[in-house]
Design a protein around this ligand. Structure first.
Ligand code: AGP
Length: 609
């Protein structure tokens, strides 16, 4: 997630901007920059790389005098990390400098229209469109120009804006990306997050969607999207800096669990246009798709579990043979691959050594490689033939949550895209699937509303020595991820089994009080699951059942506790059943006093074999 900071006052802006951006470093970024206005005009200094690179160029801020400025740390979404793609982005005529957090979903259409009117673009970013549009609409009234821009852009934005003709003012506006205004004495601030300004003030205003703020060192004015003045309530911040970095959550993991609806919306909505799936600038023609003899999905850990879910979706909707493998096996087993193979690589970090090696092996054998990655410009992204980004923002906690969810969403987009091209589903089914995918963020949010049920269940069983997760079909795929979440942060021994396998050995592990979590959202096999639940109950197990609302009563008759998720297309069910189980793992680890964000022995990105 990008970081935004702004200052207007009597002190030098640059040192404050650099300090503020440093307080936002935890959010993850790949470049940084500032724009400062002084008596020689509007100056922009920006660079790819760490903040220390920018600090070196600015010599700690002393090399760029001026008392009004905006700063930015960029987490790349559109346009790989580079000096020119760093923010602030500047308009063609140099009047406007803009910093942005979010995604302008219709930037390409707007950019092409401006180019046709003679505007010159310099970057690959979506953000530059905002700077160019501001100058295009500017007729001496910045507020009016901002109103015209926010009427035309679609997507999410938190914007900090400087205009060279209003040297001591900062303009700010947001939609779907947070932006706050800090109140000082003879100075005022903007920031994308509280830590950036906490050293200067604890008095803030939170901008609402489409609200515009106009700051000078002595005044702060607020307007709505129609340019009418609005009154706002000031808020006093009690948090300390550590709590502020996590947005008030105790751990990054809980923050990221709760960010999933927003991360899903950012990943899905730009890729559904008029009821059809648009995979950015990737073109997989029907002819090419018909030629594919096999699809492979290769990844590690959580990303591998996404592949297990994907197999059900690919084979059910596309009738295409699919093989899913962990990268550390794939790379050494001489897989049967040729130029008619499509290899899908999944990786949050884009730097996992085993996954990168598997990618190189696939390419060596002539396969086309499509990767699903969260970090823009990462090695795996750069070495793939095509890449689809999960716009989840930086995932800080070692235990992956929003990356898993958004990787699944990209899989659904790919499967539906291919199904429409290959005509393997009816128009009616396709429309139903797309409607479910569009509602996925809302469904996930509804699963997050009932944390107390999960917290209570965790409080009953956090001292368990072993836990078993069982499921069938897509529920088994979800149980793999649920089991990994639990073991990696609570250190409790946990296994996931296909429920039908219990009688072939694992059931010997069940004894009085053994905790079993039965995932049974796939209704076609619900009765089979109830039989398996009865098998373990008969041997003394305590069972938590995860099922759909419709099956609540039937499940209650069979288990000790029930958690329900909304009904959705079968192949998307793991996106919902995983939510209570991410929370379960979190609460169990929290009650055990574990280091949730940084579990023992683990790294966020495993860049070695
Ligand atoms: C998941 O919670 C773990 N952190 C781990 O399994 C992770 O998913 C795996 O190392 C793959 O990482 P990647 O997605 O960055 O390639």
């Amino acid at each position: 997630m990008c970081g935004i900071v702004g200052y207007t006052g009597m002190e030098e802006a640059s040192p404050f901007l650099l300090n503020g951006l440093r307080k936002l470093e935890y959010r993850g970024y790949d470049s940084a920059g500032v724009a400062v206005y002084n008596d020689t005009g509007l100056h922009v200094v920006k660079s790819k790389g760490r903040l220390s690179v920018l600090e070196g160029i600015l010599e700690g801020g002393t090399k760029l005098p001026g008392r009004v400025g905006i700063g930015h740390t960029r987490w790349a979404t559109h346009g790989a990390p580079s000096d020119v793609n760093s923010h602030p982005q500047v308009s063609d005529g140099g009047k406007f400098a803009v910093v942005h957090n979010g995604i302008i979903e219709n930037y390409l259409a707007l950019k092409n229209r401006l180019i046709s009117k003679g505007v010159t673009f310099t970057s690959d970013t979506d953000t530059e469109v905002v700077a160019q549009l501001l100058e295009y609409y500017y007729d001496g009234d910045v507020l009016s120009a901002i109103q015209k821009v926010i009427q035309r852009v679609e997507g999410s934005y938190a914007l900090g804006i400087l205009c060279s003709e209003f040297p001591e003012k900062i303009f700010a506006v947001r939609k779907d990306s947070p932006l706050i205004v800090g109140v000082g004495k003879g100075e005022n601030f903007i920031a994308s997050d509280i830590p950036a300004i906490l050293a200067k003030t604890r008095e803030i205003y939170r901008l609402k969607d489409r609200e515009i703020a106009v700051l000078s060192r002595e005044t702060i004015e607020f307007y709505n999207g129609e340019g009418e003045p609005v009154e706002k309530e000031i808020e006093h911040i009690e948090w300390d800096i550590s709590a502020a970095e996590k947005g008030g959550y105790e751990h990054f993991m809980m923050k990221e669990i709760c960010e999933q609806p927003e991360a899903l919306r950012k990943t899905i909505s730009p890729r559904i246009r008029d009821g059809h799936i648009v995979l950015d600038d990737i073109e997989l023609t029907a002819e090419y798709l018909r030629e594919i003899n096999k699809v492979f999905i290769v990844a590690c850990g959580t990303a591998y579990h996404v592949g297990v879910v994907a197999k059900y979706a690919f084979e059910r909707l596309l009738k295409v043979p699919m093989e899913v493998d962990v990268a550390s096996e794939f790379r050494y087993r001489s897989p049967i691959i040729d130029e008619k193979s499509l290899v899908i690589i999944i990786s949050q970090s884009g730097e996992t050594a085993d996954t990168l090696a598997a990618l190189r092996e696939a390419k060596k054998q002539g396969a086309r490689v499509l990767s699903i990655v969260n970090v823009v410009g990462s090695t795996i992204a750069n070495e793939s033939d095509d890449v689809l980004y999960t716009w989840a923002g930086p995932e800080i906690a070692v235990a992956s949550t929003k990356a898993y969810s958004t990787q699944l969403a990209v899989i659904y987009l790919i499967v539906l895209y291919m199904a429409e091209k290959l005509g393997t589903v009816s128009g009616k089914e396709f429309a139903e699937y797309v409607a479910d995918l569009e509602r996925l963020p809302e469904f996930v949010a509804s699963c997050l509303n009932d944390k107390e049920t999960i917290q209570y269940f965790a409080s009953q069983y956090f001292n368990a020595k072993d836990m078993y997760f069982i499921g069938r079909n897509v529920d088994y795929a979800a149980s793999l991820e649920a089991s990994l979440k639990l073991k990696e942060i609570s250190y409790i021994h946990s296994e996931a089994y296909t429920a039908g396998e219990l009688k072939h050995g694992p059931i010997s592990l069940i004894e009085d009080g053994t905790l079993v979590i039965a995932i049974s959202t796939y209704e076609k096999l619900f009765d089979k699951m109830v039989s398996n639940i009865k098998e373990v109950k008969a041997r003394g197990a305590v069972v938590l059942g995860i099922t759909t609302q419709r099956k609540r009563k039937a499940m209650l008759d069979a288990v000790d506790h029930v958690f329900c998720v909304p009904k959705i297309s079968d192949f998307m069910l793991p996106s919902l059943s995983i939510i209570p189980l991410q929370l379960f793992a979190y609460y169990v680890a929290s009650m055990k006093g574990c280091d949730i964000d940084k579990p023992r022995n683990l790294a966020k990105s495993v860049t070695v074999e």
